[in-house]
Design a protein around this ligand. Structure first.
Ligand code: IFM
Length: 439
C-alpha cells in the first residue's frame, strides 16, 4: 500500500464547541444562552437532555488536554462561550469566565498544541436574544465588541481566530426550521439573521485585527453539502453545477465575491435591509476559510436529488460521500484562485459504538476518516492550498437537538462517570498524525 503523505507542516487537530462539552452553565458567573433556554422547550431535544453538564470539560480540561497530547494533536479547535465572557452579551465583563479560557490556552500551549479559537459556535447570550438576537442589525456590533474583548485577553497567545461557526445553521436551523435555538420558524427572520451574521463576521474580523498583532489570522468556518453528479453524464454534471446551493450562495459567495446570487436575493426578497457598503465589508479578505463538510447530495438531470442509491449512512442519516469534500475544496480553491488557505475545520462521523473488553472497535468511523483524509490529500495533489484537518470531534458530546444520542468522538465519554476512553479511531488518528500520512 502507498502512504498518502501530507505536506510537512500540515496541521492535524480535533474540534469541539463550548456548549457541547463544557457543562458548568451556572458556574463562575456565566450568563444564560439561547441553548440553555431552547433545551427547556418541550420536545426540542430528542432525549430531553441539555448541556448543563455535558462532558464536564470546564472542570476536566486538564485531563482532556492530556488526552489530546496522547493523540499527538498539533492543533485544537474549540469555541468560547460568549455568555461566560459577557454574561449579558455586552457591558460588564466576567473575569472568571475569561480566566477559564486563559487556563485552557496555557494548558494547550504547554502541551505543544496550537489553539484555533472560534468566537461563536451558537451559544448567544439570552439577553441579546431578548433584543432580537441575530435578526437585528445591532448584533453585528455586539459581536465585534465581544470579539475585541476576547482578543485583547488571549491574543498574545492565540493567533488563529474563527469568527463564526456555520452561520447557515445559526440563521436557517435557528430561525427558519426551528430545529436549533432560538427555535423560530420564520423565513424572513432567518434571511435577516443570515445577512447580519455575515456583517458580524465582517465587523468581527476588523475588531480582531485591531486587537491582535502582526501574527493574528482570522477566518470563518462555513458548512457545505456539495452537489455531485449522480453519473458521469454531461446532463448530470450540469444538474449538479446548476443546482441552488443555499449554503454556498448564502455565505461563501458573498464573502468571496461581494455579491449574493440572484437566487439568494430572490430568497431574501423584501426581508432584509441590505445597505450600500454591506457587501463590500462582507467581502473583506479572510486569512483562511474553514470548511465543515460531512456529506454530499447526488444530482440527476432526470430525477433531481437522488436519495435511493446511497452507499452508506452514518447514524445521523448522512450519506458517506468523501468525493463531496474533494469537490468543495476544489470549488473554493478555484473561487479564490488559490489565494486563500483552506482548513477542514470539521469532518467526522457518528456511529453507534460498543465497548468490548475495554476497547471501542469503531471500524466504520476509521473507514470514514480514512476516506475523507484521502479526499483531502487528493485536493492537495490537485492544487488546493489545504493547510490542516480538524476531526469532529475530540470526544462524544451534546449533539444539539439529538442530545446525547449521537457519537462523533474519537474518544468515548461515559456520561455517568465522565470517564474518557480512546476509541480505535483515536489511535488511528494518532498514527496518521505521527506518520503525517494516510496508509
Ligand atoms: O456537532 C456539530 C457541530 O456543532 C457543528 N457541525 C456539525 C457537527 C455534527 O452535527
Amino acid at each position: 500500500m502507498n502512504a498518502l503523505t501530507f505536506p510537512p507542516d500540515f496541521l492535524w487537530g480535533t474540534a469541539t464547541s463550548s456548549y457541547q462539552i463544557e457543562g458548568a452553565v451556572k458556574e463562575d458567573g456565566r450568563g444564560p444562552s439561547i441553548w440553555d433556554d431552547f433545551c427547556r422547550l418541550k420536545d426540542a431535544i430528542q432525549d430531553g437532555s441539555d448541556g448543563g453538564v455535558a462532558c464536564d470539560h470546564y472542570h476536566r480540561y486538564r485531563e482532556d488536554v492530556a488526552l489530546m497530547k496522547q493523540l499527538g494533536l498539533k492543533a485544537y479547535r474549540f469555541s468560547i462561550a460568549w455568555p461566560r465572557i459577557l454574561p449579558a452579551g455586552r457591558g460588564a465583563l466576567n473575569p472568571k469566565g475569561l480566566a477559564f479560557y486563559d487556563r485552557l490556552v496555557d494548558e494547550l500551549l504547554a502541551a505543544g498544541i496550537r489553539p484555533f479559537v472560534t468566537l461563536y459556535h451558537w451559544d448567544l447570550p439570552s439577553a441579546l436574544n431578548a433584543l432580537g438576537g441575530w435578526t437585528t442589525r445591532d448584533s453585528a456590533g455586539w459581536f465585534a465588541d465581544y470579539a475585541a474583548v476576547v482578543v485583547h485577553a488571549l491574543g498574545d497567545r492565540v493567533k488563529d481566530w474563527i469568527t463564526l461557526n456555520e452561520p447557515w445553521c445559526s440563521a436557517y436551523l435557528g430561525y427558519e426550521f426551528g430545529m436549533h435555538a432560538p427555535g423560530h420558524q420564520n423565513k424572513d427572520l432567518a434571511s435577516r439573521a443570515g445577512h447580519y451574521l455575515l456583517l458580524a463576521h465582517a465587523l468581527g474580523m476588523q475588531a480582531i485585527r485591531a486587537a491582535g498583532d502582526a501574527h493574528t489570522r482570522v477566518g470563518i468556518t462555513l458548512n457545505f453539502e456539495p452537489h455531485l453528479p449522480a453519473t458521469d453524464s454531461e446532463a448530470d454534471r450540469q444538474a449538479a453545477a446548476q443546482a441552488f446551493d443555499w449554503q454556498y450562495e448564502g455565505f461563501a459567495e458573498p464573502i468571496l465575491t461581494g455579491a449574493y446570487s440572484q437566487r439568494m436575493l430572490d430568497r431574501m426578497a423584501g426581508a432584509v435591509d441590505i445597505r450600500s457598503g454591506d457587501l463590500a465589508l462582507i467581502a473583506a479578505r479572510n486569512d483562511f476559510i474553514g470548511v465543515n463538510c460531512y456529506s454530499a447530495v447526488l444530482m440527476s438531470a432526470a430525477r433531481g436529488k437522488v436519495y435511493d442509491d446511497d452507499p452508506e449512512f452514518t447514524r445521523m442519516g448522512w450519506a458517506v460521500r468523501p468525493a463531496g469534500l474533494h469537490a468543495i475544496l476544489m470549488r473554493l480553491h478555484h473561487a479564490t484562485r488559490g489565494r486563500i488557505p483552506l482548513y477542514v475545520t470539521e469532518n467526522g462521523a457518528s456511529f453507534a459504538d460498543e465497548v468490548t473488553n475495554g476497547r471501542v472497535h469503531d471500524e466504520r468511523r476509521i473507514a470514514y476518516l480514512r476516506a475523507h483524509f484521502a479526499a483531502a490529500h487528493q485536493a492537495i495533489q490537485d492544487g488546493a492550498d489545504l493547510r490542516g484537518f480538524f476531526v469532529w470531534s475530540l470526544m462524544d458530546n451534546f449533539e444539539w437537538s439529538f442530545g446525547y444520542q449521537q457519537f462523533f468522538g474519537v474518544v468515548r465519554v461515559d456520561y455517568a462517570t465522565q470517564q474518557r476512553l480512546i476509541k480505535d479511531s483515536g489511535y488511528y488518528l494518532r498514527d496518521v498524525i505521527a506518520a503525517n500520512a494516510v496508509v
